[in-house]
Design a protein around this ligand. Structure first.
Ligand code: COA
Length: 307
Protein backbone atom coordinates (compact mmCIF):
# COMPACT_ATOMS: atom_id res chain seq x y z
CA UNK A 1 0.00 0.00 0.00
CA UNK A 2 1.32 3.42 -0.92
CA UNK A 3 1.59 5.97 1.92
CA UNK A 4 2.55 9.00 -0.16
CA UNK A 5 4.78 11.47 1.65
CA UNK A 6 6.57 14.62 0.63
CA UNK A 7 9.88 15.26 2.35
CA UNK A 8 10.12 19.04 2.68
CA UNK A 9 13.54 19.40 4.27
CA UNK A 10 16.49 17.50 5.74
CA UNK A 11 19.12 18.47 8.30
CA UNK A 12 21.91 16.95 10.32
CA UNK A 13 24.23 17.71 13.17
CA UNK A 14 27.50 16.06 14.16
CA UNK A 15 29.75 17.00 17.09
CA UNK A 16 32.98 18.73 16.07
CA UNK A 17 35.22 16.32 17.99
CA UNK A 18 36.81 13.92 15.48
CA UNK A 19 38.20 10.56 16.69
CA UNK A 20 40.49 9.02 14.07
CA UNK A 21 41.62 5.42 13.84
CA UNK A 22 45.05 6.64 14.90
CA UNK A 23 43.48 8.07 18.08
CA UNK A 24 42.00 4.62 18.81
CA UNK A 25 45.39 2.94 18.21
CA UNK A 26 46.50 4.72 21.41
CA UNK A 27 43.61 3.23 23.44
CA UNK A 28 43.16 -0.36 22.18
CA UNK A 29 45.24 -2.94 20.34
CA UNK A 30 44.16 -2.04 16.79
CA UNK A 31 45.47 -0.30 13.69
CA UNK A 32 44.23 2.14 11.09
CA UNK A 33 44.97 -0.49 8.44
CA UNK A 34 42.82 -3.14 10.24
CA UNK A 35 39.88 -0.80 10.74
CA UNK A 36 39.88 0.63 7.21
CA UNK A 37 40.30 -2.74 5.51
CA UNK A 38 37.65 -4.49 7.69
CA UNK A 39 35.06 -1.69 7.87
CA UNK A 40 35.87 1.31 5.63
CA UNK A 41 35.82 3.61 8.69
CA UNK A 42 38.54 6.28 8.95
CA UNK A 43 37.10 8.48 11.65
CA UNK A 44 33.95 9.11 13.67
CA UNK A 45 32.51 11.95 15.77
CA UNK A 46 32.21 12.01 19.55
CA UNK A 47 30.15 14.36 21.69
CA UNK A 48 31.98 16.93 23.80
CA UNK A 49 29.04 17.99 25.93
CA UNK A 50 26.04 17.50 23.62
CA UNK A 51 23.14 15.31 24.70
CA UNK A 52 21.09 13.18 22.31
CA UNK A 53 18.22 15.65 22.51
CA UNK A 54 20.45 18.65 21.79
CA UNK A 55 21.78 16.97 18.65
CA UNK A 56 18.25 15.92 17.66
CA UNK A 57 17.07 19.51 18.12
CA UNK A 58 19.95 21.00 16.12
CA UNK A 59 19.37 18.58 13.22
CA UNK A 60 15.62 19.36 13.32
CA UNK A 61 16.22 23.10 13.31
CA UNK A 62 18.24 22.75 10.11
CA UNK A 63 15.58 20.52 8.50
CA UNK A 64 12.88 23.08 9.37
CA UNK A 65 15.00 25.92 7.97
CA UNK A 66 15.58 24.01 4.73
CA UNK A 67 11.85 23.24 4.49
CA UNK A 68 11.01 26.87 5.35
CA UNK A 69 8.54 25.48 7.88
CA UNK A 70 7.80 26.98 11.26
CA UNK A 71 7.84 24.67 14.29
CA UNK A 72 4.25 25.78 14.91
CA UNK A 73 3.22 23.63 11.90
CA UNK A 74 4.63 20.39 13.37
CA UNK A 75 2.07 17.99 14.87
CA UNK A 76 4.17 14.84 15.24
CA UNK A 77 7.77 14.38 16.44
CA UNK A 78 9.30 10.91 16.46
CA UNK A 79 12.90 10.33 17.53
CA UNK A 80 14.50 7.00 16.69
CA UNK A 81 17.23 6.34 19.24
CA UNK A 82 18.78 3.75 21.55
CA UNK A 83 20.85 6.31 23.45
CA UNK A 84 18.45 8.69 25.15
CA UNK A 85 20.17 10.38 28.08
CA UNK A 86 17.26 9.56 30.39
CA UNK A 87 14.19 7.33 30.26
CA UNK A 88 11.73 10.19 30.42
CA UNK A 89 11.05 12.84 29.21
CA UNK A 90 11.55 11.29 25.79
CA UNK A 91 14.12 12.86 23.46
CA UNK A 92 11.16 13.90 21.27
CA UNK A 93 9.57 15.79 24.21
CA UNK A 94 12.83 17.71 24.69
CA UNK A 95 12.96 18.49 20.97
CA UNK A 96 9.41 19.88 21.12
CA UNK A 97 10.39 22.01 24.13
CA UNK A 98 13.60 23.28 22.55
CA UNK A 99 11.68 24.18 19.36
CA UNK A 100 9.32 26.24 21.55
CA UNK A 101 6.25 24.22 20.57
CA UNK A 102 3.25 25.14 22.70
CA UNK A 103 0.40 23.66 20.62
CA UNK A 104 -0.75 20.01 20.62
CA UNK A 105 2.08 17.78 19.44
CA UNK A 106 2.40 14.00 19.57
CA UNK A 107 6.02 13.40 20.54
CA UNK A 108 7.65 10.08 21.39
CA UNK A 109 10.79 7.99 20.95
CA UNK A 110 11.02 4.75 19.03
CA UNK A 111 13.57 1.98 19.58
CA UNK A 112 14.22 -0.28 16.62
CA UNK A 113 18.01 -0.06 16.97
CA UNK A 114 19.80 0.78 13.72
CA UNK A 115 16.56 0.32 11.73
CA UNK A 116 14.88 2.96 13.91
CA UNK A 117 14.74 5.72 11.32
CA UNK A 118 13.10 3.51 8.67
CA UNK A 119 10.56 2.31 11.25
CA UNK A 120 9.87 5.87 12.43
CA UNK A 121 9.40 7.08 8.87
CA UNK A 122 6.72 4.45 8.26
CA UNK A 123 4.96 5.32 11.53
CA UNK A 124 4.98 9.02 10.61
CA UNK A 125 3.90 8.31 7.01
CA UNK A 126 0.95 6.27 8.31
CA UNK A 127 -0.17 8.92 10.82
CA UNK A 128 0.24 11.84 8.44
CA UNK A 129 -2.33 10.35 6.03
CA UNK A 130 -4.90 11.53 8.60
CA UNK A 131 -6.06 15.12 8.02
CA UNK A 132 -5.69 16.04 11.70
CA UNK A 133 -1.90 16.02 11.33
CA UNK A 134 -0.22 18.64 9.20
CA UNK A 135 3.51 17.98 9.31
CA UNK A 136 5.87 15.57 11.05
CA UNK A 137 9.48 15.66 12.17
CA UNK A 138 11.29 12.33 12.05
CA UNK A 139 14.72 12.24 13.64
CA UNK A 140 17.48 9.71 14.23
CA UNK A 141 19.90 10.76 16.99
CA UNK A 142 22.55 8.83 18.90
CA UNK A 143 25.32 9.36 21.42
CA UNK A 144 26.77 5.88 21.04
CA UNK A 145 30.07 6.96 22.60
CA UNK A 146 28.21 6.83 25.94
CA UNK A 147 27.66 3.07 25.56
CA UNK A 148 31.06 2.12 24.13
CA UNK A 149 33.52 0.05 26.12
CA UNK A 150 36.83 1.62 25.09
CA UNK A 151 38.66 -1.56 26.17
CA UNK A 152 36.73 -3.71 23.64
CA UNK A 153 38.36 -3.41 20.22
CA UNK A 154 35.58 -5.46 18.63
CA UNK A 155 33.08 -2.66 19.14
CA UNK A 156 34.68 0.67 20.12
CA UNK A 157 36.14 1.20 16.64
CA UNK A 158 32.78 0.90 14.88
CA UNK A 159 30.43 3.50 16.31
CA UNK A 160 30.02 7.29 16.32
CA UNK A 161 27.68 10.09 17.40
CA UNK A 162 25.36 12.28 15.32
CA UNK A 163 21.82 13.17 14.31
CA UNK A 164 19.73 13.59 11.17
CA UNK A 165 16.17 14.83 10.68
CA UNK A 166 13.49 15.15 8.03
CA UNK A 167 10.30 17.23 7.86
CA UNK A 168 7.46 15.64 5.95
CA UNK A 169 3.82 16.05 5.05
CA UNK A 170 1.25 13.92 3.25
CA UNK A 171 2.11 13.67 -0.44
CA UNK A 172 -0.10 13.74 -3.52
CA UNK A 173 -1.31 10.32 -4.68
CA UNK A 174 1.36 9.97 -7.33
CA UNK A 175 4.09 10.54 -4.74
CA UNK A 176 5.80 7.57 -3.16
CA UNK A 177 5.84 6.09 0.31
CA UNK A 178 6.48 2.36 0.24
CA UNK A 179 7.69 0.67 3.40
CA UNK A 180 8.68 -2.77 4.57
CA UNK A 181 9.60 -3.00 8.25
CA UNK A 182 9.93 -6.24 10.12
CA UNK A 183 11.96 -8.21 12.67
CA UNK A 184 13.41 -11.62 13.34
CA UNK A 185 13.63 -11.86 17.11
CA UNK A 186 17.06 -12.90 18.35
CA UNK A 187 17.26 -13.89 22.02
CA UNK A 188 20.90 -14.95 22.00
CA UNK A 189 22.54 -11.57 22.70
CA UNK A 190 24.08 -11.38 19.23
CA UNK A 191 23.88 -7.60 19.40
CA UNK A 192 22.83 -5.96 22.62
CA UNK A 193 23.27 -2.73 24.50
CA UNK A 194 23.19 -2.78 28.28
CA UNK A 195 25.80 -0.62 29.92
CA UNK A 196 27.87 -1.21 26.77
CA UNK A 197 27.36 -2.45 23.20
CA UNK A 198 28.22 -6.14 22.85
CA UNK A 199 28.18 -7.97 19.58
CA UNK A 200 29.00 -11.13 17.68
CA UNK A 201 30.32 -9.28 14.64
CA UNK A 202 30.45 -12.20 12.23
CA UNK A 203 26.88 -13.28 12.94
CA UNK A 204 25.62 -9.71 12.52
CA UNK A 205 27.55 -9.38 9.26
CA UNK A 206 25.89 -12.47 7.73
CA UNK A 207 22.45 -11.41 8.96
CA UNK A 208 22.94 -7.92 7.47
CA UNK A 209 23.93 -9.10 4.00
CA UNK A 210 20.94 -11.46 3.88
CA UNK A 211 18.26 -9.01 5.04
CA UNK A 212 19.49 -5.99 3.06
CA UNK A 213 18.98 -7.90 -0.17
CA UNK A 214 15.65 -9.31 1.03
CA UNK A 215 14.35 -5.87 2.11
CA UNK A 216 15.40 -4.14 -1.10
CA UNK A 217 13.67 -6.76 -3.25
CA UNK A 218 10.52 -6.75 -1.09
CA UNK A 219 9.97 -2.99 -1.13
CA UNK A 220 10.74 -2.77 -4.86
CA UNK A 221 8.21 -5.52 -5.52
CA UNK A 222 5.56 -3.81 -3.35
CA UNK A 223 6.13 -0.52 -5.20
CA UNK A 224 6.14 -2.30 -8.57
CA UNK A 225 9.50 -0.71 -9.35
CA UNK A 226 12.88 -2.07 -10.39
CA UNK A 227 16.33 -0.97 -9.29
CA UNK A 228 16.60 1.02 -12.53
CA UNK A 229 13.81 3.28 -11.20
CA UNK A 230 15.87 4.07 -8.07
CA UNK A 231 18.43 6.87 -8.30
CA UNK A 232 20.34 5.83 -5.19
CA UNK A 233 20.16 3.46 -2.24
CA UNK A 234 20.99 4.89 1.17
CA UNK A 235 21.88 1.93 3.37
CA UNK A 236 22.44 1.97 7.11
CA UNK A 237 26.15 2.69 7.43
CA UNK A 238 27.49 -0.19 9.52
CA UNK A 239 30.37 -1.59 7.50
CA UNK A 240 31.47 -0.88 3.92
CA UNK A 241 32.22 -4.59 3.46
CA UNK A 242 28.59 -5.45 4.16
CA UNK A 243 27.52 -3.17 1.30
CA UNK A 244 30.27 -4.51 -0.98
CA UNK A 245 28.95 -8.02 -0.34
CA UNK A 246 25.38 -6.91 -1.16
CA UNK A 247 26.53 -5.08 -4.28
CA UNK A 248 28.30 -8.23 -5.47
CA UNK A 249 25.50 -10.62 -4.62
CA UNK A 250 22.80 -8.42 -6.22
CA UNK A 251 25.03 -7.42 -9.13
CA UNK A 252 24.43 -3.72 -8.40
CA UNK A 253 27.21 -1.18 -8.84
CA UNK A 254 28.65 0.33 -5.64
CA UNK A 255 27.90 3.73 -7.28
CA UNK A 256 24.22 3.06 -6.56
CA UNK A 257 24.92 3.11 -2.79
CA UNK A 258 25.49 6.39 -0.96
CA UNK A 259 28.25 5.89 1.62
CA UNK A 260 29.73 8.19 4.26
CA UNK A 261 30.85 5.58 6.78
CA UNK A 262 34.49 6.64 6.34
CA UNK A 263 33.71 9.94 8.11
CA UNK A 264 31.17 8.95 10.76
CA UNK A 265 31.32 5.20 11.45
CA UNK A 266 28.06 3.54 12.49
CA UNK A 267 25.71 6.11 14.03
CA UNK A 268 22.83 3.60 14.40
CA UNK A 269 19.41 5.25 13.92
CA UNK A 270 21.09 8.50 12.85
CA UNK A 271 23.01 7.02 9.94
CA UNK A 272 20.33 7.08 7.21
CA UNK A 273 18.94 10.60 7.89
CA UNK A 274 22.48 11.95 8.33
CA UNK A 275 23.54 10.44 5.00
CA UNK A 276 20.32 11.65 3.36
CA UNK A 277 20.85 15.20 4.61
CA UNK A 278 24.41 15.29 3.25
CA UNK A 279 23.16 13.79 -0.03
CA UNK A 280 20.46 16.46 -0.41
CA UNK A 281 23.03 19.23 0.01
CA UNK A 282 24.68 17.84 -3.16
CA UNK A 283 21.50 16.90 -5.10
CA UNK A 284 18.85 19.58 -4.86
CA UNK A 285 16.72 18.03 -7.65
CA UNK A 286 14.07 15.43 -6.68
CA UNK A 287 15.42 11.88 -6.52
CA UNK A 288 13.82 8.49 -6.03
CA UNK A 289 15.64 6.93 -3.09
CA UNK A 290 15.58 3.58 -1.35
CA UNK A 291 16.55 3.44 2.34
CA UNK A 292 17.53 0.11 3.86
CA UNK A 293 18.25 -0.55 7.53
CA UNK A 294 19.12 -3.47 9.81
CA UNK A 295 20.19 -3.85 13.39
CA UNK A 296 19.70 -5.19 16.89
CA UNK A 297 16.52 -7.05 17.64
CA UNK A 298 16.99 -8.21 14.92
CA UNK A 299 15.10 -5.49 13.09
CA UNK A 300 15.29 -4.66 9.41
CA UNK A 301 13.40 -2.76 6.77
CA UNK A 302 13.39 -0.58 3.68
CA UNK A 303 11.55 2.41 2.25
CA UNK A 304 11.13 4.01 -1.17
CA UNK A 305 10.44 7.74 -1.25
CA UNK A 306 10.95 10.72 -3.50
CA UNK A 307 13.12 13.38 -1.88
N1 COA B 1 41.69 -4.34 15.61
C1 COA B 1 42.48 -5.40 15.37
N2 COA B 1 42.08 -6.67 15.46
C2 COA B 1 40.78 -6.87 15.78
C3 COA B 1 39.90 -5.81 16.04
C4 COA B 1 40.41 -4.51 15.94
N3 COA B 1 39.65 -3.43 16.17
N4 COA B 1 38.67 -6.31 16.32
C5 COA B 1 38.80 -7.65 16.24
N5 COA B 1 40.05 -7.98 15.92
C6 COA B 1 40.63 -9.31 15.75
C7 COA B 1 39.82 -10.37 16.44
O1 COA B 1 40.17 -10.46 17.81
C8 COA B 1 40.22 -11.61 15.67
O2 COA B 1 41.47 -12.04 16.13
P1 COA B 1 41.75 -13.62 16.33
O3 COA B 1 41.62 -14.20 14.96
O4 COA B 1 43.14 -13.62 16.87
O5 COA B 1 40.69 -14.09 17.27
C9 COA B 1 40.45 -11.08 14.25
O6 COA B 1 40.61 -9.65 14.38
C10 COA B 1 39.30 -11.37 13.31
O7 COA B 1 38.12 -11.04 13.98
P2 COA B 1 36.73 -11.17 13.28
O8 COA B 1 35.65 -10.81 14.25
O9 COA B 1 36.63 -12.47 12.59
O10 COA B 1 36.85 -10.03 12.17
P3 COA B 1 35.87 -9.72 11.01
O11 COA B 1 36.58 -9.77 9.73
O12 COA B 1 34.58 -10.48 11.14
O13 COA B 1 35.52 -8.18 11.29
C11 COA B 1 33.83 -6.80 12.29
C12 COA B 1 34.94 -7.81 12.52
C13 COA B 1 33.22 -6.43 13.61
C14 COA B 1 34.44 -5.58 11.62
C15 COA B 1 32.78 -7.44 11.32
O14 COA B 1 32.44 -8.71 11.79
C16 COA B 1 31.54 -6.60 11.23
O15 COA B 1 31.58 -5.47 10.81
N6 COA B 1 30.38 -7.15 11.57
C17 COA B 1 29.14 -6.43 11.52
C18 COA B 1 29.06 -5.55 12.71
C19 COA B 1 27.99 -4.52 12.57
O16 COA B 1 27.82 -3.97 11.52
N7 COA B 1 27.27 -4.26 13.65
C20 COA B 1 26.27 -3.30 13.72
C21 COA B 1 25.07 -3.71 12.96
S1 COA B 1 23.85 -2.49 13.02
Amino acid sequence: MNLPIKILGTGHYVPNQVVTNHDLEKIVDTSDEWIVSRTGIKERRKVNHETTHEMAYLASKKALEEAKIDASDIDIIIVATITENQKTPAVANFVAGLLGIEHDVMSFDLNAACTGFVYALEVAASLIQHPKYRKALVIGAETLSNVLDYTDRNTCILFGDGAGAVVLEKGQEQQLGYFYNTSRPDMTNTLDVGKYIKMDGRKVFLFAVEVIEKSILKVLNDANLSLDDIDHIIPHQANERIILAVSKSMNVSMDKFVMNIASYGNTSAASIPLTLSEYKKKHSETKTLLFVGFGGGFTYGAAIVKV
